[in-house]
Design a protein around this ligand. Structure first.
Ligand code: BG6
Length: 484
């Protein structure tokens, strides 16, 4: 299968935080891969900006090293790296002062898209927006890209929205949730709204429950200081899992257009029920062999921050009333695996004498690794000897479907950065959406803090605390296994 690459128009992309970890691991390798794919027209320019002092030659070396480390194994024609590096320059800049701003403004070319990627902490969003405005770079051709965390509660998110709105229209603000750029997440919409098969069954009449799992094997590592102030609820549920939930639960938008899609997602968030205390399980991982436990990464040895959370949610609308959604995410779990499982109701009655029981279909959407989907269906066990039924998966692994280059599933950042250049906000969060997600999250956190709840300890390499299993067992249901 030949993939279609449509070149985007020429652009200037400035990366504030150009020497930071995200630029190194994600943004620069993603740009390189789009360059290799022929998507960046001649003349596109990337300008790294950071507080530290570097020459352009030094910065290009930094970029080359980042690509060598984080683009390993991806093929690209010889000579392409040099051509890519030619498009890169560096400006030393002080977000809070005057250094570098005139130089940056002098580099901007008229009549082309300019994007400013704020790959910095949220405390710098305001000063950066202000400086762009002062130096005449905040005109209608300008787009800004802001990373998470977008606030740590409703008040701080609102304040950020107000600050950005002083200089930019909502149509110029691209709030990144990189989960929306994942290939399989986009496929969720294709599957739901590009097929007739699922829609009639996509409701509480046929769906028993939905599980969303985002399990990681990594621990908090060197991010302890940030993480301990966030926890899994703020770091993962308020954004990534919430977005997955929205895409799985939303009504069909009238068209695949930014506001139509985001309006429908917003309705889901606003229809979420408050979560009862007994429907939340929080955990903190313990040390294992030479791997440190959660508390070894953080200063506060009495920390009650969760590195794992499981929740049971309800959505009060016609489509979903009565169908529970179970969400869980955590660090240092048994395997790195993210999936959504739509578990359909059992057949009402078995007509087969030899059949042990009733059967159910499960549609599993694997976000990572091994991106793809399978639909569990019941068939006759092959061979003579009666009508015994077995459940087998109808498997569609995207790598197979994409052909010989199938392992090249694009990284989320590739898609998202090109969407910024194209001016397509469909896969970015709107300000009201982020605020609605915080408005739902805040009271849950406030309630467990007021109760003084402590997270339960769980073994590294496990599936999380025992009580998380009970969250489903007590409803007569089971989590799908977390396995590699
Ligand atoms: C980030 C979180 O947004 O997403 C991290 O801050 C988490 O804590 C990461 O590890 C997970 O992303 P991915 O793409 O590896 O699933």
């Amino acid at each position: 299968m030949v993939s279609r690459v449509i070149p985007v128009e020429s652009f200037d992309l400035v990366i504030f935080g150009g020497t930071g970890d995200l630029a190194r691991r994600k943004i620069l390798p993603a740009l390189f891969r789009r360059f290799c794919a022929g998507q960046m027209e001649d003349g596109a320019r990337i300008i790294g900006a950071a507080r530290s002092e570097h020459t352009t030659a030094e910065y290009r070396r930094f970029v080359a090293e980042a690509i060598a480390e984080f683009n390993a194994g991806r093929s690209c024609e010889t000579g392409t790296l040099d051509a890519f590096l030619d498009s890169i320059s560096f400006v030393q800049i002080d977000a809070m002062g005057d250094t570098g701003w005139s130089e940056l403004a002098g580099l901007m070319q008229p009549d082309r898209v300019r994007a400013f990627y704020f790959s910095v902490g949220p405390s710098l969003f305001g000063p950066l927006a202000e400086r762009l405005h002062q130096h005449g770079m905040a005109d209608s051709d300008t787009r800004i890209v802001v990373e998470k965390p977008f606030g740590r509660d409703l008040d701080s998110a609102r304040a950020l929205n107000v600050t950005l709105a002083q200089h930019f229209d909502e149509s110029q603000i691209y709030r990144i949730d990189h989960y929306l750029g994942k290939e399989t997440v986009q496929n969720l919409m294709a599957v739901r709204f590009g097929n007739m098969l699922f829609e009639p069954l996509w409701n509480s009449q046929y769906v028993d429950h939905i599980q969303i799992t985002v399990a990681e094997t990594v621990g908090v590592g060197g991010r302890g200081e940030y993480y301990d102030k966030s926890g899994a609820m703020r770091d993962m549920v308020q954004n990534h899992l919430m977005q997955l939930l929205c895409l799985i639960a939303m009504e069909p938008p009238a068209k695949f257009d930014p506001d139509a899609v985001r309006d429908e997602k917003l309705k889901v968030i606003r229809a979420l029920d408050a979560v009862r205390a007994e429907d939340i399980v929080r955990g903190q991982y313990l040390a294992e062999a030479e791997k440190p436990g959660y508390l070894e990464h953080v200063d506060d040895q009495t920390s009650r921050t969760e590195s794992f959370i499981a929740l049971k949610l309800g959505i009060s609308n016609w489509r979903w009333a009565g169908t529970p959604f179970y969400l869980r995410t955590g660090k240092r779990l048994r395997a790195r695996t993210s999936e959504i499982a739509v578990v359909f109701k059992e057949t009402p009655h078995s007509i087969f004498e030899d059949d042990g029981g009733r059967h159910r279909n499960i549609l599993t959407i694997r976000l990572q690794p091994n991106e793809g989907m399978d639909l569990g269906v019941t068939i006759k066990e092959p061979g003579p000897g009666g009508m015994r039924l077995i459940d087998v998966p109808l498997d569609m692994t995207f790598a197979d479907a994409l052909g010989p280059d199938g392992e090249d599933v694009p990284d989320a950042y590739e898609r998202l950065i090109m969407d910024v250049v194209r001016g397509n906000q469909t896969l970015f969060m709107r300000g009201d959406e982020v605020e609605a997600a915080w408005a739902w999250t805040d009271p849950l956190i406030a309630a467990w803090e007021a109760r003084g709840d402590r997270p339960q300890a769980y073994e590294s390499g496990s599936s999380g605390p025992e009580d998380a299993l009970m969250l489903m067992h007590r409803d007569g249901r089971r989590w799908r296994e977390i396995r590699p």
